[in-house]
Design a protein around this ligand. Structure first.
Ligand code: CP3
Length: 335
């Protein structure tokens, strides 16, 4: 079994094309839907055999160049002492949002003890995969959104009010979350993941100034601590056209962008950084002619120093055949 290192080479900036998808391991796959009839999400994540099987599904079925660990950004909440659940069609819901005492008492996790199942899953995958394994966590602000808002938000007003009224307490929360995220990512690296992706899905709700004042130093701190492990880091966010120049300051290998920005513009702002994205996930719901046309638009404006991916995760109602045809097309097309 030859190891396919296309993704690692593309991250290093070599002129090679690589493709994988965010949320490739879940909801649109028939095998996954079958398992879901029997198990809930955490039963699957906590079972190393099942989690490894789901992680491998898109690699076997789609021939993508990377595997993303089947897990969730909220998996560190339980060891942190957070009372929450995943609600169908809604996502994480915190039963009791954090107050000042909760923040001061927030537990610093020991992943080797509390997240042993993740270690086992990674070990299985490392012995069976022929592509790089992507480990992940959320960014500190994205986790803070759930802890303060209680669930995903449209306007993010609760967290904004909280941070503006209690800047010192918010800073403490960010510091503690950053430590926990660091420990969780360090643990995944030690278990054997080849690449790290930081999902900072919700930072795009902030103004450039507030982002710089309240958030940036924590992300920089996280990245600089991870750097000692010499592992490629991908930083993902949404709606961040207006702060892309600030994100370019991060010492990460890849910046993942959504579809709201022209990729040529992103190339100018991100200088020589490798870019990941930026096909709109909704395009995969369309006829293949449209998928092909939109894919060509991206490939014509950015041939290399680019990892082909969507601007966000695969949508649950995406036809598998469209994803399959897209991978084949991207792998075969000559520009
Ligand atoms: O989508 C993103 O913005 C990426 C970051 C992110 C993940 N989970 C990564 C993930 C976020 C913001 C979450 C929170 C979360 N957890 C949500 C989103 C709700 C919201 O606020 O928008 C949901 C639905 C969950 C629970 C969850 N996570 C389920 C039910 C599943 C399994 C199947 C699926 O895709 O619905 C996950 C898996 C998951 N979450 C992965 C990742 C990277 C696993 C890898 C993969 O599916 O490829």
């Amino acid at each position: 079994m030859n190891f396919n290192d296309n993704l690692l080479r593309a991250i290093r900036g070599e002129p090679i094309r690589a493709i994988w998808f965010m949320r490739q391991a879940g909801r649109y796959l028939s095998e996954y839907k079958k398992l879901r009839e029997k198990y809930n999400i955490f039963e699957m994540i906590k079972n190393p055999e099942i989690s490894a099987y789901i992680t491998k599904l898109p690699v076997d079925k789609l021939n993508v160049d990377g595997a993303i660990l089947f897990s969730d950004i909220t998996i560190i909440f339980e060891p942190m002492g957070i009372d929450f659940e995943i609600v169908e069609n809604k996502g994480p819901v915190i039963r009791k949002v954090l107050n000042e005492d909760d923040i001061r008492n927030l537990i610093i996790i020991e992943p080797f003890e509390s997240l042993d199942f993740v270690y086992k899953t990674i070990k299985i995958l490392k012995s069976e995969l022929n592509v790089p394994l992507i480990g992940f966590s959320a960014g500190p602000f994205t986790l803070a959104v759930y802890l303060i808002e209680g669930t995903r938000s449209k306007d993010f007003l609760k967290i904004k009010e909280f941070m503006l009224k209690n800047p010192t307490l918010f800073d403490l929360l960010m510091e503690k979350l950053t430590i926990n995220i660091y420990k969780f990512l360090e643990f995944q690296i030690k278990a054997g993941v080849d690449i790290i992706q930081i999902f900072d899905s919700w930072i795009g709700c902030l103004s450039p100034n507030i982002f710089k004042l309240f958030i940036l130093k924590h992300i920089k701190n996280l990245v600089s601590k991870l750097k000692q492990y010499n592992i490629p880091i991908i930083y993902f966010s949404l709606n961040t056209y207006s702060i892309l120049h600030i994100l370019n300051e991060l010492d990460v290998d890849v910046i993942s962008i959504d579809w709201r920005i022209d990729i040529g513009k992103a190339r100018e702002i991100l200088k020589d950084k490798v870019i990941q994205g930026n096909l709109d996930p909704a395009i995969l719901l369309a006829d293949f002619e449209i998928i092909k046309k939109e894919t060509m638009e991206i490939l014509k404006s950015i041939n290399y120093k680019h990892i082909f991916n969507l601007g966000h995760g695969i949508l649950p109602n995406t036809p598998f055949i469209n994803v399959k045809k897209l991978v084949d097309f991207v792998k075969e097309v000559k520009i």
